[in-house]
Design a protein around this ligand. Structure first.
Ligand code: GLU
Length: 472
């Protein structure tokens, strides 16, 4: 059996942690088994559809790295399946159920149907043909109701175990509305059968829909898929993480510069744990480790601090050329004159402190102080300091002579200048650091100067000497 999973978003907004997590599980689970991951857009509820939502969902999924495997041809690519384009399949299937006596047209005008706890008493189930014809003639347009079989409905869930629903849990429910559109429970089942879905993995909010769907699978003589419901995701306030909780929207995470691999990793931990409790997983590791047996039943909390930590760990591991490429769009040219410095070198030095790409500007500012008035003031003060001048000149001579501009060698050159001039500790490093960066402290000076580059370093030291370097 080929494993086939699906992600079935409704285009009612953007992807957020709660639903993106469902996509991640289904994708990883299908990949783990060498199966197929299907994307199906549940857009029959037209009043709730939000313009552009579908495009942004597709964009978010592509960014996240959970590509879907099949669907109708769209411009050389395959788009997702859309329920709005599958009307004929639902109508045909409903017709089949009516013919088999498993569903029936219902003409009841039911205000009460919207009230919680309402169970349709089955009034139209026993209408004669003549009674139906009369109602049709009166211009009444029926809904189609599924005749729910008597008895308890028992559902096996891979996470929550065996769940039974008593016979009176719900009455005969609507599968096709009066305007011909299918209801959610019906369309899902028709599609899961047509798309040969083997595993339905989704949020626990849908567990209560599962008995209705299971009964429909049975009525359509189709094997039920394996059901696995993921526990609820709560916000840090312990309330349900709603779509309005912007902090978890994929779009915002992407804008803030979280690597997609980190977001995927973090989302996978919402309700699932890797063997051995490993919390940092690349997409490939997730695909290798994912399984239904390690999904828990307790609510999980979407924790931005944990996401940040996971993200930092990913940034520390991304190969440097890839990381530098990813960071580049986040560099603010107004704050960091990127073209004057070797960005990849700077990124390598600060990556251990970064948790998102957008922090690059703050971190880079440590290294890339502009030659503004602030720096000019510091350099002017150094020009009046004879002791500093001796150190700066000696350091500059040795730095100019270095065969390679690498952090350890830069550090050694400055220490050698200290030996030569008798300056030690702060008396040695401070003047150099201040001349170049205007600051008293910061990360390892060799690394800092490594990022500034030799020319920039020497020019700045020169500006801090009364006669400049050329006259030395
Ligand atoms: N369209 C449903 C949702 O967005 C998913 C239904 C399902 O997975 O069965 O919650």
């Amino acid at each position: 059996m080929t494993v086939r999973t699906r992600f079935a978003p409704s285009p009612t907004g953007r992807l957020h942690a709660g639903n993106a997590r469902v996509a991640v599980f289904n994708w990883a689970f299908a990949r783990h088994h060498g199966g197929a991951f299907i994307l199906r857009v549940e857009d029959t509820d037209v009043e709730r559809n939000v313009a552009d939502s579908l495009d942004t969902i597709l964009d978010d999924l592509r960014w996240l790295g959970t590509p879907w495997d099949e669907g109708p041809e769209v411009g050389g690519d395959h788009g997702p399946y859309r329920q709005s384009e599958r009307q004929a399949v639902y109508a045909e299937t409903a017709g089949r159920l009516v013919k088999a006596g498993l569903a029936y047209p219902c003409y009841c005008d039911l205000e009460a149907a919207v009230e919680p706890g309402f169970r349709y008493p089955g009034t139209c189930r026993t209408l004669t043909r003549a009674e139906r014809v009369r109602r049709e003639r009166d211009g009444r347009r029926p809904v189609t109701r599924f005749h729910v079989p008597a008895g308890e409905i028992v559902v096996r869930d891979e996470v929550y175990g065996t769940v039974s629903f008593p016979p009176d849990e719900f009455g005969d429910f609507v599968i096709v509305r009066a305007d011909g559109r299918p209801t959610y429970n019906f369309a899902v089942v028709v599609d899961d059968i047509a798309m040969r879905i083997t595993h339905v993995i989704r949020g626990v909010g849908h567990l209560s829909n599962t008995p209705r769907q299971a009964a429909l699978f049975d009525a359509l003589a189709a094997p039920r898929p394996v059901f696995a419901h993921l526990p609820m995701v709560l916000g840090t306030d312990r309330r349900k993480l709603s779509k309005r909780e912007g902090a978890s929207s994929l779009a915002l995470l992407r804008e803030a510069g979280y690597p997609a691999s980190a977001v995927m990793n973090y989302l996978s931990l919402l309700g699932w744990s890797a063997p051995g409790g490993e919390e940092i997983l690349t997409p490939a590791e997730l695909v290798r480790e994912v399984g239904l047996e390690r999904i828990g039943t307790s609510n999980t909390v979407y924790d931005p601090d944990k996401l940040r930590w996971v993200s930092g760990r990913h940034i520390a591991r991304i190969p440097l050329p890839e990381l530098a490429r990813a960071v580049k769009p986040f560099v603010d040219p107004a704050r960091v004159p990127a073209d004057r410095y070797d960005l990849s070198r700077a990124v390598d030095v600060i990556r251990g402190r970064m948790t998102t790409y957008s922090e690059i500007n703050d971190h880079l500012s440590l290294f890339l102080v502009a030659r503004g008035p602030e720096l000019k003031g510091v350099q002017a003060a150094l020009r009046d300091d004879a002791g500093a001048g001796v150190v700066l000149r000696a350091a500059a001579d040795r730095l100019a002579a270095l065969p390679e501009w690498e952090a350890p060698a830069i550090g050694r050159a400055i220490r050698a200048a200290g030996k030569e001039t008798g300056a030690r500790g702060p008396a040695l490093f401070h003047p150099v650091r201040k001349a170049v960066t205007g600051r008293e402290s910061g990360p390892d000076l060799g690394q800092v100067l490594g990022v500034y580059g030799r020319d920039e370093t020497l020019e700045r030291i020169s500006a801090a000497l009364p006669d400049g370097l050329t006259q030395g």
